[in-house]
Design a protein around this ligand. Structure first.
Ligand code: ADP
Ligand code: ASP
Ligand code: MG
Length: 824
């Protein structure tokens, strides 16, 4: 039967929170009723069903259930009182309310005395909320002079005998509804949520059952459209309360809507979709408080060109795993699991079997956990007794996150992107399931991680850019410059589909965490004013607290203790980008541990600036080694300050004056002895050596300091230049001797014959290192492929700007695909 005239409208609790909601709903009914016949189905006033439920449960426990009953009645009465103040009478609703008040109070007493509440009584109590709201709507519509009539739900005969979660016998409802329409007024108003059995008894249609009432009525009357009115603009790509940039969808197919609602999208109850899909009745989800918006159309003609339609999540899920060698190869295990749970009326949300048949995991609602466990323990008693099954493991507080879209089956790589997104939020996937319709992929994760997972997936599929959430530790020269570069590049990065967000910064004393993003215009002042003392635990906690995406810690300090925390950072789901060299020059064991932690956790550990600052040293070397090249010898000028000092001496400046000048130009550490000791060069050489596979410790590097340390170590910093004068003559002599052979002195790090040495060398003026001065760095690699002419990398190897640029490059490299391929 098709009834092209008829419209079914459902208003949920969110549309009926108060008088304003009732009036908004009545406006909508009135405007549609001008052109067509309307059947209106109503939920209870917002919160009333929950209060009645609370009242019953409290009374069963012997508590003061009446208190909650009163609250429910009060929230209803406040609406009729307000109307009466405005001179609008509500005869139907008020009479019902007073009668209910007496009945509910009596029932509550009975439940408390008995200590139990039979399902039949429970159904009658809970249905009273809909009884009230539907009558009130009739009063309101009649007051407006409209032809509106209340109808009982005896026109919805039931298909089974469940008191609390029944089905409507739609075929049997067809003639009953037809007759009611024939006799009835232009607008028929029915309470949702329940039907009546042959004895006239009330049976509920399950929580949020009004959607199902409306769908069943639409199906039985062959209505041309069913409208579900809510407090949101329509069906969103994700729960708008969790994902702030969720998008309202124009349309979804029935299958998509079913998958989305089954796993949590509270838009239409999942149960309501079957009658609508069965009769192909289009359904609009609209906003009561903004009826000008078109809302979302659920129908069979939804476009299938999109990849993913939405993401939903279901909380309070328990996952249960049966595992053991005894399951392997045995027929009927899955059936027994299902039967055991079905016999307890427990619905299985999701079930997967490992391909080795070694384990079966299933998910149920938390409310069913205890019953489910018991049922399975009994069913598999024999297997457990004989060790064929290990203990049944039960994980509470899980959530199912699912990705839904009809278009998925036509595209490749969706599951990979889904899982990568979840992993970018540092969330562990415990179970993965894809239905054979390929309309949805679902994962089970820890409950507390669901929000982060949702947000990460939403970003991956609905925003075309990659997000990187950054925590910067150390905002001195390099860190400060890096923040300035972020700020300058923000626009251009967005054009290239990267959204880089600084979520926290710290110096050695203070940590400043932003709920959203830090304001890079005034980070210094904010850090000073709002920063707090911090520990490593504080930094680690930021990821979960803020639900970071691609969380990346940037170490721009020179702190050794911090460097020793990288393994923890990586194991806790962070990428690490280090300008700090201390980690890669710590013990070999730690060096390996960091790489293992990065690999195991699928995180990136990047440190391109450890050698040669912005020069592409590490990446180039890794590329060569991966392609099978081998290092024969390496020589390099790896210190910008020593490059400057030795260049000045070559021009005839004495050592002491050259050091003073380099200091003045900002080319040295605050105490130049840190450069002159050669240890910084030794660290860089060790990093190069380890990169080509040499298993060395820092102690294995033979270091000859640039100046004899005993000559300068005892003096105060202010006396340093004077002390260095005692060495001027010695250096001048060495330089002259070298010059006589057409050589120049350079401070060189060298790898040769399996040994690493850092020392002053006289190098031929015309060879690559001979030309390196004025702060420049050079790395000369003689390799199997690069011979006899070596590969030479040269350029500035120090300074805030180039180092920060190198760190910046590493940060962008933490994301898994080239940024320019993000679009679409
Ligand atoms: P009603 O009781 O009026 O039927 P509900 O409270 O049951 O309404 O559901 C409406 C709420 O569902 C919205 O306020 C919204 O926060 C939430 N919601 C969850 N997921 C989605 C989604 N994907 N799209 C729209 N709303 C959603
Ligand atoms: N009032 C009922 C509930 O809260 C039914 C509904 O709102 O659809 O479950
Ligand atoms: Mg509701």
């Amino acid at each position: 039967m098709s009834n092209s005239e008829l419209l079914v409208q459902k208003f949920g609790g969110t549309s009926l929170a108060d008088l304003k909601g009732f009036n908004a709903s009545a406006d909508i009914i009135e405007s549609y009723a001008a052109a067509r016949r309307v059947i209106v189905v109503l939920s209870a006033v917002k919160g009333v069903t929950d209060l009645l439920l609370e009242a019953i449960d409290t009374a069963v426990e012997g508590g003061n259930g009446a208190h909650y009953m009163e609250q429910a009645i009060d929230s209803e009465r406040s609406i009729t009182d307000e109307l009466s103040k405005r001179g609008i009478s509500t005869p139907l609703a008020s009479e019902f309310l007073e009668e209910q008040h007496a009945t509910l109070t009596r029932r509550e007493e009975g439940i408390r005395l008995l200590g139990q509440c039979p399902d039949e009584a429970r159904a009658r109590i809970l249905a009273s909320g809909e009884g009230f709201s539907s009558r009130l709507m009739v009063d309101l519509l009649q007051h407006r002079g409209l032809s509106a009539q209340w109808s009982d739900t005896d026109v919805l005969p039931l298909a089974n005998d469940s008191w609390l979660d029944s089905l409507v016998d739609i075929e049997a409802a067809v003639p009953l509804l037809a007759q009611r329409l024939e006799e009835g007024a232009h607008i028929t108003v029915l309470p949702g949520f329940y039907g009546r059995n042959a004895d006239g008894g009330i049976q509920l249609l399950g929580r949020n059952g009004t959607d199902y009432s409306a769908a069943a009525i639409a199906a039985a009357t062959g209505a041309s459209l069913c409208q579900i009115w809510k407090d949101v603009d329509g069906f969103f790509s994700a729960d708008p309360r969790i994902v702030s940039n969720a998008q309202c969808l124009d349309e979804v197919s029935y299958d998509e809507a079913m998958e989305l609602t089954y796993f949590g999208a509270k838009v239409i109850s999942a149960k309501a979709l079957a009658p609508l899909a069965g009769k192909q009745i289009p359904c609009e989800v609209r906003n009561t408080y903004d009826p000008s918006k078109p809302g979302t159309l659920v129908h069979s003609g939804a476009e299938r060109t999109h990849v993913v339609r939405g993401i939903s999540h279901l909380h309070d899920v328990t996952s249960i795993t049966l595992q053991g060698g005894g399951l392997r190869g045995r027929v009927g295990i899955a059936r027994r699991v299902m039967d055991a749970l079905a016999s307890e009326s427990i619905s299985i949300l999701l079930i997967v079997q490992s391909s080795s048949e070694y384990s079966i995991t299933l998910c149920v609602r938390r409310a069913d956990e205890i019953k489910a466990r018991k049922a399975l323990e009994e069913e598999f008693h024999f297997e457990r007794l004989h060790g064929l099954i290990e203990e049944i493991s039960v994980q509470s507080d899980r959530a199912v996150v699912s990705l839904v879209g009809d278009g998925m089956k036509r595209y490749r790589g969706i599951a990979a992107r889904f899982l990568t997104a979840i992993s970018s939020a540092g969330v562990n996937v415990e179970v993965l399931a894809q239905g054979s319709t390929e309309c949805a992929i679902a994962v089970v994760v820890k409950g507390e991680a669901a929000q982060s997972a949702m947000r990460a997936c939403h970003t991956a599929f609905f925003s075309h850019s990659t997000h990187i959430d950054v925590i910067l530790l150390g905002c001195g020269n390099v860190g400060g410059e890096l923040l300035a570069q972020f700020q300058r590049q923000a626009e251009s990065l967005r054009e290239h589909h990267a959204d880089l967000r600084v979520r926290a910064i710290a110096d050695s004393n203070r940590l400043l965490v932003a709920d959203d993003v830090l304001d890079l215009d005034c980070w210094r002042e904010d850090l000073e004013a709002k920063g707090r003392p911090w520990t490593i635990d504080d930094v680690i906690a930021i990821r979960e607290n803020l639900g970071l995406l691609n969380p990346t810690i940037i170490d721009c300090t020179t702190d050794e203790d911090l460097a020793l925390q990288y393994v923890r950072f990586l194991s806790n789901g962070f990428n690490v980008v280090a300008a700090n060299k201390k980690a890669n020059t710590a013990s070999l064991d730690y060096y390996r541990e960091m790489r293992e932690a990065a690999a195991k956790n699928f995180r990136k550990f990047l440190y391109e600036t450890n050698v040669g600052a912005g020069l592409p040293v590490i990446d180039t070397m890794q590329g060569l080694m991966r392609s099978g090249d081998q290092l024969k010898t390496f020589e390099g000028i790896l210190s910008g300050s020593l490059s400057m000092i030795f260049g000045l001496m070559e021009d005839g400046m004495p050592l002491s004056a050259a050091v003073a000048k380099a200091m003045e130009m900002g080319f040295t550490e605050p105490d130049p002895r840190d450069d002159l000791s050669g240890m910084d060069v030794a660290r860089k050489l060790l990093i190069v050596a380890r990169e080509v596979g040499m298993q060395l410790e820092l102690d294995d590097i033979d270091v000859e300091p640039a100046v004899p340390l005993d000559a300068v170590s005892h003096v105060d910093r202010s006396e340093l230049i004077n002390a260095l004068q005692s060495l001027d003559e010695d250096f001048a002599t060495r330089i002259r001797a070298a010059d006589a052979e057409d050589k120049v002195l350079r401070y060189v790090g060298r790898i040769e014959d399996g040994k690493c040495r850092v020392a002053i060398e006289a190098v031929p003026a015309r060879k690559p290192l001979g030309a390196i001065r004025d702060g420049e760095n050079a790395l000369v690699l003689h390799t199997h492929y690069y011979q006899p002419i070596p590969l030479v990398l040269r350029g500035y190897g120090a300074g805030g700007a180039v180092t920060a640029a190198g760190v910046f490059g590493d940060i962008l490299r933490t994301v898994w695909r080239p940024l320019d391929q993000q679009a679409g």
